[in-house]
Design a protein around this ligand. Structure first.
Ligand code: PMP
Length: 427
């Protein structure tokens, strides 16, 4: 570790540094590692926290006297909707509890907009010449894949520490009526960990848009997923939009995928009362009711909104040490060398690592050959194309702490080797 920026090294020093990294990498490759930092999955120990669910529900009748074993209740059972309405600062009649995936709900909403148009649309989106979405980057790869599948165009804006670059967003949406919507992960964003500030949320809620039916897909997947005591509170986008005269603009999503079981949780959709009715009407063409037994099980397991908050503390105890390891190793190995910057998220599931421009794919390829699977370079950008080839998403929740450390040591070696190669090449 030369303790000064690599760019300041003399040609000889750089050659020495490169040779040292090549040796370190050869050593790494010889270790037969098999590690995976690719996807934001809860670790088995996190899933174990919810195993009481396997013995619930007690009885099958909910608080309203509904027999959850039967058909009906498309909007979901009231006690669970009330619980999550409280957590998300909304009214119970503004929220739907659905099946196990909020991503499915996002796809349904896009499908309904495409085929039928929204409550404030002039026509179905499929009848527009072109539909475009604003995508803050880096962002969530599955959002972008979903847009691609619809043939929806994308235009990117930078994701800052306090949310999307509102000036850039406001300019785009003001003049282009093909821009029908935007994605945002407002709390502990995937992958940057950014938290959308109240000021940013206010601007997004109130900015004039050329499209009358502009939608904010407010994907609050990590609303309660704090890693520190400094707990972010999501901006109340529904009230802000309503106050600004655009009540139907935001559609909020959330789920218990990373609270209870990723494969058997409950997804939520929220919006204006009209938006909720619109969604339910379309949902009703293909469903008679959700899995209310799973909803009842969740309501009994948590007991109350406070029960959800208490449960999230137990997750934090399990995963915060893994995030601490990521930061410690990056700091120790890369700090001060001017070859990388990374986020220090206070919640969520990811760390966003920026390496020297043009080296992210090389780092991911080197890691792969050494037995460490990373999310493909560019995954956090539409079409998988990072214009600077510098961003890498790290997902440390799933592996054991020792494996997170081993994987990060390997990542650091790969970052250093790729940086040394690039600088030597330029010299
Ligand atoms: N949104 C974001 C931002 C996510 O990171 C994820 C999971 N990786 C999801 C949605 C998926 O949510 P669900 O399991 O409810 O479909």
């Amino acid at each position: 570790h030369p303790a000064r920026p690599l760019a300041d090294l003399s040609a000889d020093e750089l050659a020495g540094f490169l040779a040292a990294q090549q040796a370190a990498y050869a050593d790494l490759s010889g270790r037969g590692l098999k590690l995976d930092l690719t996807r934001g999955k809860p670790a088995p120990a996190q899933l174990d926290l919810s195993d009481e669910l396997l013995h619930l529900p007690r009885g099958s009748v909910d608080r309203d006297g509904v027999d959850t074993r039967n058909y009906g209740g498309l909007e979901g059972i009231r006690e669970l909707r009330e619980m999550f309405a409280e957590l998300l600062w909304i009214e119970p009649d503004q929220i739907v509890a659905g099946g196990n995936s909020s991503l499915v709900m996002m796809r349904e909403v896009l499908t309904d907009l495409w085929l039928k148009g929204g409550v404030d649309s002039e026509r179905p989106w499929s009848q527009e010449e072109k539909v475009t979405f604003v995508c803050p980057v880096p962002g969530y790869d599955r959002h972008f894949t979903l847009l691609d599948w619809f043939g929806i165009e994308t235009v990117t804006v930078p994701m800052n520490d306090d949310g999307p670059d509102t000036e850039a967003v406001a300019q785009l949406v003001a003049s282009d009526p093909s821009i029908k919507g935007m994605w945002i992960v407002p709390t502990y964003a995937n992958p940057t960990g950014s938290v959308c500030s109240l000021e940013v949320a206010e601007r997004l809620a109130s900015m004039p848009t050329a499209a009358p039916d502009f939608k904010i897909f407010w994907d609050n997947a990590y609303a309660f997923h704090h890693l520190t005591e400094d707990e972010a509170k999501s901006a109340d986008i529904l009230s802000l939009a309503s106050a600004a005269g655009h009540p139907h603009r935001p559609i909020m999503f959330a789920s218990t995928s990373k609270i209870t079981y990723a494969g058997a949780g409950v997804g939520f959709l929220a919006g204006s009362v009209e938006t909720v009715r619109w969604y339910i009407t379309h949902l009703g063409k293909g469903a008679i009711g959700p899995d209310k037994i799973n909803q009842l099980r969740h309501a009994q397991f948590f007991g109350s909104a406070q029960g959800v908050r208490d449960h999230m503390l137990r997750h934090r105890e399990l995963i915060a040490p893994k995030f601490a390891e990521v930061d410690r190793i990056l700091e120790e190995r890369l700090g001060g060398l001017g070859v990388a910057t990374w986020t220090k998220p206070k919640g969520g599931y990811f760390v966003s690592l920026d390496v020297l421009d043009g080296t992210a794919s090389r780092v991911v390829a080197l890691a792969k050959d050494a037995g460490v699977a990373l999310t493909p370079a560019g995954a956090s950008f539409p079409q998988g194309r990072d214009p600077h080839d510098r961003n890498i998403r790290l997902a440390p929740t799933f592996p054991e702490p020792a494996d997170v450390a081993a994987a990060m040591e390997a990542v650091a070696t790969c970052v250093l080797l790729a940086a040394a190669e690039k600088l030597a090449d330029q010299a």
